[in-house]
Design a protein around this ligand. Structure first.
Ligand code: IPD
Ligand code: CA
Ligand code: CA
Length: 303
């Protein structure tokens, strides 16, 4: 893959940040761990990695905005912005579970231009650029060709920061678990999406995520031939934090089970600092063009 200059810079920054994160992973006694809010951890590894990323990206592109999880955000509408999660999967990281990633997306207003998800332990580097496909360590990746939910391997994340929504979430889990071949909960939304792009999972859904958890993964899945949408089948995932990503065969079926569970009724929540990630009028990615209503009502395609 011939990388654009922007993605090249992101790759070097991610590798440097990845080395720092790995040093801490091998020396976890040096970690200082804080709870930002219940069930939401940050460590000195997160903040140092974010500093490395913000500094490298800002040095190369001083006019671009930043939307980063651990506080380093500055954006203006109409400007390119980097959307950064220095460690996606911090709970895994803190526990010594080697499943976490650095993730970076470049967005211009509503559109995700390029995407990087880097798993430093396995040195798996997932990259995508708009209109140019998705790659894992330089090899093109494609979503799976699993045609039915029966036998499908799905991934999800539990709503551990919004337990008030547990009931409808568990209802979606129950139907998808009953029908599919199995469900994984591995603890990094960015890697869940990268794995859908690579065909390792057939589909993934999770609610109330932040833009930095999913921006890179949305483009990755789309460029690998998959569909992404919110729980209404629309294109508001970056704003609502609700995401369903799957191969085109099973996306519609998953969507109707999720809509049926009641998750569709949840109020979209504006994520933190999303000035440059406006999604009001954007059509996401490749994906179904209709907005699903709950099954009890009739589906009405949006005009
Ligand atoms: C978390 C991971 C996890 C998801 C959480 C995210 P963090 O990101 O993506 O899989 O379930 O909701 O917040 O906090 O480790 O960067
Ligand atoms: Ca995250
Ligand atoms: Ca994080």
């Amino acid at each position: 893959m011939n990388l654009s200059p922007t993605l090249n810079v992101a790759v070097s920054a991610a590798r440097e940040a990845g080395n720092r994160v790995l040093r801490y992973f091998d020396n976890r006694h040096r970690l200082r761990i804080h709870e930002k809010q219940p069930n939401d951890l940050v460590t000195n590894a997160d903040t140092e990695a974010e500093q490395i990323l913000v500094q490298s990206l800002s040095r190369a592109y001083p006019d671009y905005g930043i939307i980063a999880e651990e506080g380093g955000s500055r954006t203006q509408p109409g400007q390119h912005a980097w959307v950064i999660d220095p460690i996606d999967g911090t709970t895994n990281f803190v526990r010594g579970i080697p499943h976490f990633a650095i993730t970076i997306a470049l967005v211009l207003d509503d559109e995700i231009q390029s995407a990087l998800i880097y798993q430093p332990v396995l040195q798996e580097l997932f990259l995508a650029e708009k209109g140019r496909g998705a790659f894992l360590n330089n090899h093109r990746i494609r979503i799976s060709d699993q045609e039915t939910l029966e036998g499908a391997v799905l991934a999800t994340g539990f709503p551990h920061r919004s337990k008030e929504h547990l009931k409808p979430y568990l209802s979606s889990f129950e139907s998808l678990f009953t029908l599919s071949g199995g469900i994984r909960r591995a603890g990094s939304a960015a890697l869940d999406l990268a794995y859908v792009a690579a065909g390792r999972y057939d589909g993934f859904w999770e609610m109330k995520l932040a833009p930095w958890d999913i921006a890179a993964g949305i483009l990755m899945v789309r460029e690998a031939g998959g569909y992404t949408s919110d729980f209404a089948g629309g294109r508001e995932s970056l704003r609502s934090g609700n995401i369903l990503a799957a191969n085109p065969h099973i996306h519609p079926t998953m969507l109707s089970h999720i809509a049926d569970s009641g998750l569709i009724d949840l109020e979209p929540v504006k994520p933190l600092r999303t000035k440059t990630v406006r999604t009001g009028s954007n059509r996401p990615d490749t994906g179904p063009r209709k907005i699903l209503r709950r099954k009890t009502q009739k589906s009405t395609p949006s005009k």
